[in-house]
Design a protein around this ligand. Structure first.
Ligand SMILES: NC(=O)C1=CN([C@@H]2O[C@H](COP(=O)(O)OP(=O)(O)OC[C@H]3O[C@@H](n4cnc5c(N)ncnc54)[C@H](O)[C@@H]3O)[C@@H](O)[C@H]2O)C=CC1
Ligand SMILES: O=C(O)[C@@H]1CCC=N1
Length: 273
C-alpha cells in the first residue's frame, strides 16, 4: 500500500512550531485530509493560523476529541506542563508519535498514563522540503497497522530508518536531528573563510551556499560514496589536498565532529525524565 493509503483518518498535532509545522506541510502534501487534522498550540505562528483558516484545519477547538494519532511536537521541557491537558485525549487505542529530543518511551507513558502504543521518532528540519531523515523506534504495543501509519507520516518527510533499540535514538538526534545545523555552520564558516581570503562577503556567501547545495545534489545523484566523491575533487599535490591536510589532521574535523556528536547525544540523555 502507498504511504498515502496508510495516512490516518484523524490526527492531533500538539505543537505546530518549526518541526511540527514542517511535518504538517509534508502530510498535507502527501494527501492527508486537512479536515482530519486538529492542531493544539497555545501560540501558533501567523503562518499556521493562516494555513488552518485556509485549509479548514481545526485549531485549538474548545473540546478536542480522543486522539487516534497524537503527534507531539512541543519542546521536551514543555512536556510535563502540557501533559495535564493532553492526558484525557490519550486512550489505549491512541498512537502517540513523539519527536521530542531526549524523552523516552517510558517518560512519555509516565506523563500520559493512557498511552500504550508509542513511536519515538527523531526527524530533521529538511522535512520542510520533503528531504528529511528520521530515525524511529516503536514500543511493543504498536500494532502493524499503527506502525504503517507512523511509517506513512514519517516517510512523507523523507527517509525513515527504523531502529532496533530505543537507546540508539539519542545518537540519531546527535547525527541527523541536529545535523542540519552542522551543515549550515559549514556554510557560514566557509563564507567567513572566503572573506578572510579576499572575497566580498556577498560573493563568499553565494559561493559557499552553492557549494554545499551543489555538493549535496551531487552526493544524492552519484552512486559513489562521500569518501570517493571527496577523492574525486582532490588532485594529488593540488589545492584540495593542501586544505584536507588541515581538516583531516589528528585534531581536525573528524575529532571535532566526534566531540560535537558526543555532546549532543549527552544532552539528549539529560533531557530525559
Ligand atoms: N527544530 C528542529 O530541527 C527539530 C526539533 N525536534 C524536536 O521538535 C520539538 C519542537 O521543536 P521546534 O519545532 O524546533 O520548536 P518550536 O518552538 O518551533 O515549536 C514548539 C511549538 O510548541 C508550541 N507549544 C508550546 N507549549 C505547548 C503546549 N502546552 N501545547 C501545545 N503546543 C505547545 C509552541 O507554541 C510552538 O509552536 C522539540 O521537542 C525538538 O526536540 C526534532 C527534530 C528536529
Ligand atoms: O536542538 C534540539 O534540541 C532539537 C533536536 C534536534 C534538533 N533540534
Amino acid at each position: 500500500m502507498t504511504a498515502i493509503g496508510r495516512l490516518p483518518a484523524s490526527l492531533t498535532l500538539v505543537g505546530a512550531g518549526k518541526m511540527g509545522g514542517a511535518m504538517l506541510a509534508g502530510w498535507l502534501e502527501a494527501g492527508l485530509d486537512p479536515r482530519a487534522v486538529t492542531i493544539l498550540d497555545p501560540a501558533p505562528s501567523g503562518a499556521i493560523a493562516a494555513l488552518c483558516a485556509e485549509r479548514g484545519i481545526a485549531l485549538n477547538p474548545a473540546d478536542p476529541a480522543l486522539a487516534a494519532v497524537m503527534v507531539l511536537g512541543i519542546k521536551p521541557q514543555g512536556l510535563e506542563a502540557a501533559a495535564v491537558a493532553l492526558s484525557p485525549l490519550v486512550g489505549p487505542g491512541t498512537l502517540v508519535l513523539s519527536i521530542l529530543a531526549g524523552k523516552t518511551i517510558a517518560d512519555l507513558k509516565a506523563r500520559l498514563p493512557g498511552a500504550r502504543a508509542v513511536v519515538r521518532a527523531m526527524p530533521n528540519l529538511p522535512a520542510s522540503v520533503g528531504r528529511g531523515a528520521t530515525g524511529a523506534v516503536a514500543s511493543a504495543e504498536v500494532t502493524a497497522e499503527q506502525r504503517a501509519v507512523a511509517e506513512a507520516l514519517l516517510s512523507a518527510a523523507g527517509l525513515t530508518e527504523w531502529l532496533d533499540a530505543e537507546a540508539q535514538i539519542d545518537a540519531v538526534t546527535a547525527v541527523s536531528g541536529s545535523g542540519p545545523a552542522y551543515v549550515f555552520l559549514l556554510v557560514e564558516a566557509l563564507a567567513e573563510a572566503g572573506v578572510a581570503a579576499g572575497l566580498a562577503p556577498e560573493v563568499a556567501a553565494r559561493l559557499a551556499r552553492a557549494t554545499v547545495t551543489g555538493s549535496g545534489a551531487l552526493l544524492e545523484a552519484s552512486p559513489e560514496d562521500a569518501a570517493q566523491l571527496r577523492r574525486n575533487v582532490t588532485s594529488p599535490g593540488g589545492t584540495t589536498a593542501a586544505a584536507l591536510d588541515v581538516l583531516m589532521r589528528e585534531d581536525g574535523l573528524g575529532r571535532l565532529m566526534g566531540e560535537a556528536v558526543a555532546a549532543a547525544k549527552r544532552r539528549a540523555g539529560e533531557l530525559s525524565g
